[in-house]
Ligand binder design. Structure first.
Ligand code: AMP
Length: 380
């Protein structure tokens, strides 16, 4: 197989994990003439519905991942929860972008936080611990309230427990299974932002306009882009994100989530070495979507133009909206500036990300003000 760069249309991109990020990447890749081979447990997964080829297996199944690598010119990821050892093993068969070292640094929260400390980047006071005594000592230093987070496999608030008083900490840790974890100070932020960027094989970086994010119950609820921001503050956030991407030698799209304190201080919350929910606005509002950008980066192509063409607000649609049956889509589709994305998931479980709506509006305040009414209409 020809794996020399740049990989041109006709080449097969392997994707480990068949969720919505892989799906939107597959839609963009296939538009551009690439082929997609995805690894997932279910052929009917969101990415599988747009793939040329599905290998059925779990993300920790080395033989299945190797099978994807053999059929692909490059392998990339829909999720960071693919064991780094699997990536190391299959990188002998096909290039893996981002590489195993990126994943090994990101997958374990403690290793990720140590990496950020080594770079001298600001984050909430934190500590890792392995037993009740270490947890108590960590809380004495950090103070309460605090948040305990599982070191591995957590996302969207899963594997997280809030501690109001130090005395409650053992019970909170027990609630997440007493697994290896970190504890960090609860941040009284003024707002949350994220920097979504892409880094090419040659180290070139393209940065999207910064997103302002609102979470509900630890799950992203809305994104507004561009975030209203003074130029110096924007530059500070971009510097943090580009420092991380370069230090990781990352290839592909990456998001860095940050807390902004009332005095403007930025703290890194977490790094996602992949396309990101807060970058969904780029698919519809920017000259190059984050998904095309990721394809370009991993294929060794020049990066596309990240310019935003219109302000946008993204609203996540989570499974709870399906509590009384299918949402009444006519209320989204009747709005000329709204774009509906549904991820083709077969069962709408609570808190599961099922789709999103993008509101293209030069006045994002107006768009944000309409969110509650739109969500209510969907359930009316
Ligand atoms: P995470 O999965 O760590 O990104 O957490 C999901 C969301 O939980 C964040 O986007 C915040 O809204 C909230 N959160 C996580 N960590 C903290 C913290 N240390 N202080 C305050 N809120 C937090």
């Amino acid at each position: 197989m020809n794996r020399s760069l740049p990989l041109l249309p006709g080449a097969t991109i392997g994707v480990l994990g068949g969720g919505q990020l892989g799906r939107m990447m597959a839609m963009e890749a296939r538009r551009m003439g690439y082929r997609i081979c995805v690894l997932d447990r279910d052929t009917r997964c969101p990415t599988g519905q747009f793939a040329d080829d599905v290998v059925v297996g779990t993300l920790d199944d080395l033989e299945s991942a190797r099978c994807v690598a053999e059929r692909s010119a490059v392998v990339t990821l829909d999720t960071e929860h693919v064991p780094a050892e699997v990536l190391t093993a299959i990188s002998e068969v096909a290039p893996v972008r981002p590489g195993p070292r990126v994943l090994a640094t990101i997958q374990d929260r403690a290793v990720q936080k140590q990496f950020l400390d080594r770079l001298g980047l600001p984050q909430a006071a934190w500590s890792t611990f392995a037993d009740d005594a270490e947890l108590a000592a960590a809380l004495t230093r950090i103070g309460a309230p605090a948040i305990i987070k599982a070191r591995r496999a957590g996302y969207d608030g899963k594997g997280q427990a809030r501690v109001e008083h130090a005395a409650d900490a053992p019970a909170a840790w027990h609630r997440i299974g007493s697994q290896p974890a970190t504890v960090e100070a609860l941040v009284r932020f003024a707002r949350e932002i994220s920097v979504v960027l892409a880094r090419g094989v040659d180290g070139a970086i393209a940065i999207y306009p910064i997103a302002e994010n609102v979470h509900r119950h630890h799950v992203l609820h809305t994104t507004r882009a561009p975030a209203p921001m003074a130029p110096a503050q924007r530059a500070a956030a971009e510097r943090i994100a580009t420092t991380i991407a370069a230090a990781l030698d990352h290839v592909g799209v990456m998001a860095v989530e940050m807390f902004e304190l009332p005095d403007g201080t930025l703290l890194v919350n977490e790094i996602a070495p992949r396309t990101h929910n807060s970058g969904h606005y780029t698919y519809g509002a920017c000259a190059t979507s984050q998904f095309e950008q990721h394809v370009r980066a991993v294929c060794g192509l020049p990066l596309g133009d990240p310019r935003q063409l219109t302000a946008a607000v993204m609203i996540n649609l989570i499974g709870d909206l399906w509590a009384d049956g299918d949402p009444r889509w006519q209320h989204v589709l009747a709005r000329p500036h709204a774009r509906l994305h549904l991820y083709g998931k077969l069962s709408p479980a609570r808190a599961r990300k099922m789709g999103h709506v993008l509101l293209l509006d030069d006045d994002p305040d107006r768009a944000l003000a309409s969110v509650d009414e739109l969500l209510a209409a969907l359930q009316s």
